[in-house]
Design a protein around this ligand. Structure first.
Ligand SMILES: *Cc1c(COP(=O)(O)O)cnc(C)c1O
Length: 383
């Protein structure tokens, strides 16, 4: 889990620059005051460099990142966007806010989109797919890209739970056309609230940059309020304080992913021989960011028992089973744009897999005693 465990002097010093030197919270302009300090700008450049992506844009949240990413594609109301049945509601909310139609499809045992389902659910109206690398494990990007390329469908990677993970030799978020990231307080790196979008195409990046800032082109030849206008838009601008914290956190990302992977492996090696436990499937070429370790048990009753036994030892679970209703589309009867009669039945396959899942949160700092307690609790629950 993450960056919040490591908030320290580095974050303080970056923020102090803003509070004591630039005294400017706005990400652009005010040049006579800010002493050359542009935290959001620098964060975007460094984030882009870290991931080996071409263009990056900071925004106010992971949800905003998705909304702005969709806006950059110039879709029409009613266009269909396919996404996973297992994700946070934000993915679907961003599609609805864009006046597009969300189509949630089944996952496989990787807990990400099943490429076979994707192929079946594409229609003439499908214009984009939002692939979610849920809880640190990559989706099957080779198969997904092949399908989408054939049909000229854009691929957005919701990398809220995959920052720092890789698929083959590429960072998650840089494989499709656009990648979105969240820096909320539970994610691998955090700015409190915040997000980032990375782009392959300069044109799409410029669309997004203008749209997230009321359509401002920020043409350097003009002062901001005599600036040229590209389109309508909204305000999803990141603040300098978020940018400052992001810069400090980004330096810790490699360490976070390395430690999480280490702890993930330590736990898995301890529990893998317990009868009745198997692990979520990792696609070939995965380099997980290890936000969580998700195991399959025999049924939902045992999954709930695992949660109770873990809680008794002071260990929580992460999303599954306790926050299942916020992350499985088949239960979102409160979203009228999505839910219709029998919708749940079309996602039976996902429901079956998710109900037997238990998600163990991975922290950067984990004690041996905690790892032993996980093993003890699981043995008790499954036997
Ligand atoms: C966290 C999350 C988001 C939203 O990010 P916020 O920064 O909280 O708005 C979107 N998608 C997924 C899969 C997430 O886990």
């Amino acid at each position: 889990m993450p960056g919040y465990e490591l908030i320290n002097k580095e974050e303080y010093l970056e923020c102090r620059d803003v509070l004591k030197k630039s005294k400017t919270f706005f990400r652009m302009g005010f040049n006579p005051f800010r002493k050359g300090i542009f935290k959001v700008d620098t964060f975007e450049k460094k984030f882009s460099k870290h991931l080996n992506s071409k263009y990056a844009l900071g925004v106010t949240s992971g949800t905003a990142a998705l909304r702005v990413a969709i806006a950059s594609l110039n879709l029409k109301p009613g266009d269909e966007i396919i996404t996973s049945a297992f994700t946070f509601v934000a993915t679907v909310e961003a599609i609805i806010e864009s006046r597009c139609k969300p189509i949630c499809i089944n996952i496989d045992e990787s807990l990400n989109i099943d490429p076979k389902e994707l192929e079946k659910k594409i229609t003439k109206k499908t214009k984009a797919v939002i692939v979610v690398h849920m809880l640190g494990v990559p989706a099957k990007m080779d198969d997904i890209l092949k399908i989408c390329k054939n049909k000229k469908i854009k691929v957005i990677e919701d990398t809220a739970w995959g920052c720092g993970g890789k698929y083959g030799n590429k960072f998650l978020g840089t494989i499709g056309d656009i990648g979105t990231f969240s820096f909320d307080h539970a994610k691998a790196i955090t700015t409190g609230e915040g997000g980032m979008i990375v782009f392959k195409s300069k044109k799409t990046f410029l669309n997004a940059k203008a749209w997230h800032d009321h359509g401002h082109e920020n043409n350097p030849k003009f002062p901001r309020w005599e600036d040229t206008r590209k389109s309508s838009g909204f305000n999803f601008r990141m603040t300098e304080m978020q940018g400052a914290v992001g810069l400090a956190q980004l330096k810790k990302l490699n360490y976070i992913v390395k430690k999480q992977k280490m702890n993930h492996d330590l736990i898995w090696n301890k529990i893998k021989s317990i009868p009745g436990i198997s692990r979520r499937k990792y696609p070939t070429g995965s380099k997980i960011s290890a936000d969580a370790l998700i195991i399959f048990v025999k049924n939902n009753d045992i999954a709930k028992k695992c949660r109770l036994e873990l809680l008794k030892q002071g260990i929580s679970t992460k999303i599954l089973p306790e926050a299942y209703s916020w992350h499985f589309a088949g239960l979102w009867s409160h979203i009228k744009e999505l839910y219709k009669k029998n919708f749940k039945n079309s996602l039976k396959e996902s429901e079956k897999i998710l109900k037997k899942s238990v998600s163990i949160p991975i922290f950067v700092k984990m004690k041996k005693s905690q790892i032993n307690a996980i093993k003890k609790s699981l043995i008790k629950a499954v036997s």
